[in-house]
Ligand binder design. Structure first.
Ligand SMILES: *[C@@H]1O[C@H](CO)[C@@H](O)[C@H](O)[C@H]1NC(C)=O
Ligand SMILES: *[C@@H]1O[C@H](CO)[C@@H](O)[C@H](O)[C@H]1NC(C)=O
Length: 336
């Protein structure tokens, strides 16, 4: 009886594995395909995934400012795009992983690959057991610069390494509270975004109060932070900025109420959306004793992170439930 059950289990499992469906992975998740704020972002991203033949990579990037160049391993190691295997210039670039083995993707724009815009993955074939290192798959562990979980919808606040995931929900912002530090763009940092309204969306729903701090994280000498007038913000002019800061991380304390405008003065960056406009409200009333928010390193989070499970996990659980349904049906049919 036990043997029968085991055999049945293996048969169903084998049948099931062949029918598992392909997964689609958005490279870098919400960060997209760009010069990352930290050179290990894409290797960290890939280390939490198991790629199988038939899976699809989607690269989202600003067309004309990046590309997806597939190269050999040695060319990837040396960031040499002279003899590419393929080049995709238009976003989104969808690449189906048609065979097992290692694949290497870089951006051929000068300096991008050497600053971390490079992705190497290993694709396994479907017939082998799912994962060579099953232990590395389960949950994306916190990494120095975490990439938001791959929920394609709402941009989730950056899970900072020190954050306590299940602390009591942050109360809705009120005029009276401790000063807060906002990480501009969360884990995306201060970068040329894929969408020109990225920083508008980031600022939306946040309440900035006099005394709060904006922290801009970016690669030195590839971006800067200029505080500018409303007109210069609108026209993306970095001429005579109110202030200009070039060394990350740039921390700017919001000392006055009203509108504040920030741009990157590097050519083209602002017009591609690397610009931030915020409204700062008046000074907080009395520092309350009831709410003690950690003053820094805390990105305000929506009270309940309604995180849909990431696609691969969703697919996995679907596979699991489909499996058990099939197993039960077969078992019932055989034994009753
Ligand atoms: C890049 O690779 C090509 C061959 O694919 C080689 O001829 C060239 O010297 C390489 N460039 C550098 C800078 O290594
Ligand atoms: C700031 O608030 C005023 C009044 O609500 C609004 O007209 C303006 O567009 C806001 N500016 C920004 C940058 O959000």
């Amino acid at each position: 009886m036990a043997n029968w059950t085991t055999i049945l289990f293996l048969l169903v499992a084998a049948a099931f594995c062949r029918s598992s469906s392909a997964a689609t992975y958005t490279v870098g998740d919400a960060l997209g395909w760009t010069v990352p704020p930290n050179p290990t972002v894409y290797s960290d991203w890939a280390s939490t995934k198991t790629f199988v033949v038939g899976d699809i990579l989607v690269f989202n990037f600003a067309s004309g400012r990046h590309d997806v160049t597939e190269v050999t391993k040695s060319a990837s190691d040396s960031c040499n795009s002279t003899n590419p295997i393929s080049v995709a210039n238009n976003s989104p670039a969808r690449i189906t992983l048609t065979s097992a083995g290692d694949r290497h993707f870089i951006c051929s724009f000068p300096g991008h690959c050497s600053n971390g815009q490079t992705l190497s993955i290993t694709v396994t074939s479907t017939s082998s057991s799912p994962a060579p290192q099953p232990s590395s798959r389960p949950s994306p562990s916190p990494v120095p610069v975490p990439v938001p979980s791959p929920s394609p919808s709402a941009r989730s606040p950056s899970p900072s390494p020190s954050s306590t995931p299940s602390s009591s929900p942050v109360p809705s912002p009120t005029p009276s509270r401790e000063p807060m530090t906002y990480i501009v763009g969360d884990s995306f940092g201060w970068n040329v975004p894929t969408s020109p309204t990225f920083y508008d969306s980031w600022a939306q729903g946040k309440t900035f109060v006099v005394g709060d701090v904006l922290e801009f994280n970016f690669l030195i000498q590839r971006h800067d932070v200029a505080k500018v007038t409303k007109d210069n913000y609108a026209s993306c002019s970095g001429q005579s900025p109110i202030s200009l800061t070039t060394s990350p991380p740039v921390k700017i304390t919001l000392s006055e109420p009203g509108e504040h405008f920030f741009i990157c003065t590097f050519a083209g960056h602002c017009s591609f959306g690397q610009k931030l406009a915020i409204n700062v409200t008046g000074a907080p009333a009395t520092p309350p004793s009831s709410i003690a928010l950690p003053p820094s390193d805390t990105v305000p989070s929506t009270p309940s992170p309604t995180t849909a499970p990431p696609p691969p996990n969703a697919a996995a659980s679907l596979r699991a439930s489909a499996f058990f349904a099939t197993f039960l049906a077969v078992a019932v049919a055989l034994f009753y």
